[in-house]
Design a protein around this ligand. Structure first.
Ligand code: SAM
Length: 245
């Protein structure tokens, strides 16, 4: 998968060279290219923002540098003919695991990181008319810029690209996968720590009992923390958090 990122703070993306995504880049599974938007701003101060049309507080990102930068990326030799351009925005559709799965199937993603009050809306209009554009929020709060949102999305998408996570089985039982329930609590050794015990069923060697306990925990945890995620058939009365201990 090719991923282009446009930002006025390219340094944010050094973290993508670490850990699993860093290894994925080394193996050629993910090809991340970071572009400094100011390279497409040609005045002496490399200006990318201006005052808002209609007045008001803050500054808005000018369309010209965005147009030049995105045109260059879309016209580059190995660009996909139909990439998805994602503009992180608190006013966008909300990113979730379903969207991460969908985007993990793509060959080419382009992320455009806004700053200030955001990007001149004509940039979205221009590229929506030419291809696939999505405004995507990572949650109902406002960040200073699209960089952190882009890193969060790339991490969620990248780990679903085949080969990035060594053991694909570890992707299956996670929160928000399969049936949408949250994951069960995890434990490791020692069996006792500061008076807290690993639930005995997990040390029983009885795989059926472990599976039943984990399923129960997933349902109860989801009921407590995110009841709106429970499928309708599970929305009945709680059976108690440790009912299967
Ligand atoms: N004035 C904008 C509004 O109220 O919708 C907020 C602009 S915000 C200060 C600057 C940039 O941060 C946005 O253009 C976007 O790229 C990014 N951003 C802020 N919050 C975000 C969120 N929840 N999800 C995704 N991107 C976000």
């Amino acid at each position: 998968m090719r991923i282009d990122i446009v930002s006025i703070f390219p340094g944010y993306f050094e973290s993508l060279g670490l850990s699993l995504l860093g290894r994925a880049s080394q193996k050629g599974l993910i090809d991340v290219r970071v572009h400094d938007l100011r390279d497409a701003a040609h005045d002496r101060h490399r200006t990318v923002d201006d005052t808002p049309a209609g007045g008001g507080a803050g500054m808005v990102m000018k369309p010209e540098p965005w147009g030049e930068m995105l045109d260059g990326i879309l016209a580059s030799d190995d660009a996909d003919p139909d990439p998805v351009i994602i503009f992180p925005s608190p006013a966008g559709e909300v990113f979730d695991q379903r969207m991460a799965r969908e985007l993990a199937e793509e060959r080419h993603l382009v992320f455009g990181c806004g700053r200030y009050e955001g990007i001149d809306h004509r940039v979205f209009d221009e590229y929506s008319a030419r291809g696939r554009v999505r405004l995507v929020s990572i949650g109902d709060y406002v960040l200073n810029g699209g960089e952190v949102a882009t890193i969060a999305m790339i991490e969620a998408i990248g780990r679903l690209v085949p080969g990035v996570v060594g053991n694909p089985a570890s992707l299956v039982e996670e929160s928000h996968e399969e049936d949408g329930l949250l994951e069960y609590p995890s434990y490791t050794k020692p069996a006792q720590w500061r008076g807290h015990a690993v639930p005995p069923v997990l040390l029983s060697g009885n795989h059926a009992a472990v599976d039943a306990w984990r399923r129960e925990q997933r349902i109860e945890r989801t009921r407590e923390v995110r009841p709106e995620l429970l499928p309708p058939e599970l929305r009945g009365a709680s059976r108690g958090r440790h009912a299967a201990d």
